[in-house]
Design a protein around this ligand. Sequence first.
Ligand code: NAD
Ligand code: UDP
Length: 320
Amino acid sequence: MKKIVITGVAGFLGSHLAKELLAKKNKVIGLDNFSTGKKHNLISFLSNPDFTFIEIDVSMEKVIGLEDLKDIDEIYHLASPASPTFYQKSPFDTIAVNTIGTKNMLDIAKRDNAKLVYLSTSEVYGDPEIHPQHEDYKGCVNTWGPRACYDEGKRLGEVFCYLYYHLFNLKIKVARIFNTYSAGLRNDDGRVISNFVTQALKGENITVYGDGTQTRSFCYVDDTIEALMLMMENDNANGEIINIGNSEEISVLNLANLIQKLTNSSSLITFHPLPKDDPKQRCPNTNKAKQILGWEPKINLKEGLLKTIKAYRIKLGFEC
Ligand code: NAD
Ligand code: UDP
């Protein structure tokens, strides 16, 4: 039985990951400060005897000395707001958790010789000039804008991982996650799929920012979680940065149309100002994930959206 730490366990990805790792009979210690996560996300496994929850800000150094965090085998470091709405509301906390928080987790990994997967993001590519984005692309990030706290925070988090890998020869891996979704996203999360599906089901206007020609590539949560666990297992991923995402690219306007159609919604599509520095095009090159992990996403956008819409209907009380 492995002893595994998940930071950000009360969040969207953290809670899905905890469920999977507990189902595989691991001992999971989840850390979260509930800044964007919800207690509700923990309910289905909170009473599992193999799960321990600790409410703490992982940017605080005292996290390293916690009694329960001894003899750790694996660490998944997910703690960080991910929605632009939330990370822009608390920019200093976003920088802290991705830099000092990452260093704290790396110090635990070093002490216990534990493996560590750090959740970085496609945002490290900023507003990319090459498509699709492969891991060697250095990115085009604006340091003087509202997204910088997240983008540069994550980039510095990667630097900490690089240093601990090279200086201390630890089993460190960096996953650059591209937009992941499912009904696990909060309705008020602000990210596009949760906004559009919630709006379409409630009959509210579907709010497209800009003219909707910007693109994203969406990966269903089950695929992302599978990739993260494969990364942890695979020693060939040590010291590697790997894109995790689905290369099925779609414009935001086409996404709005698709969700309107799949929900049979009478909602109108309305246009609103494009947020500053909103990336124009984003699509992962996933060759490295395929090569090293033998991983490819299995769930296409339409299938994933149908699952998401079905679950949101229940969540919003439109269906039992
Ligand atoms: P989320 O906001 O749902 O979850 C993040 C969790 O981290 C929350 O439970 C929050 O309370 C917790 N947290 C934040 N700061 C903390 C701190 N200082 N101490 C303890 N807990 C803290 O976001 P998510 O979508 O689940 O994202 C998880 C990770 O994956 C993040 O690191 C994010 O940057 C990365 N990521 C996600 C996506 C995506 O599409 N979901 C894309 C790229 C990267
Ligand atoms: N977006 C939108 N309407 C919304 C929310 C988001 O048009 O209600 C757009 C946003 O401007 C961006 C894309 O959808 O171009 C994805 O936004 P999200 O916040 O989900 O993630 P990002 O990839 O920007 O971090």
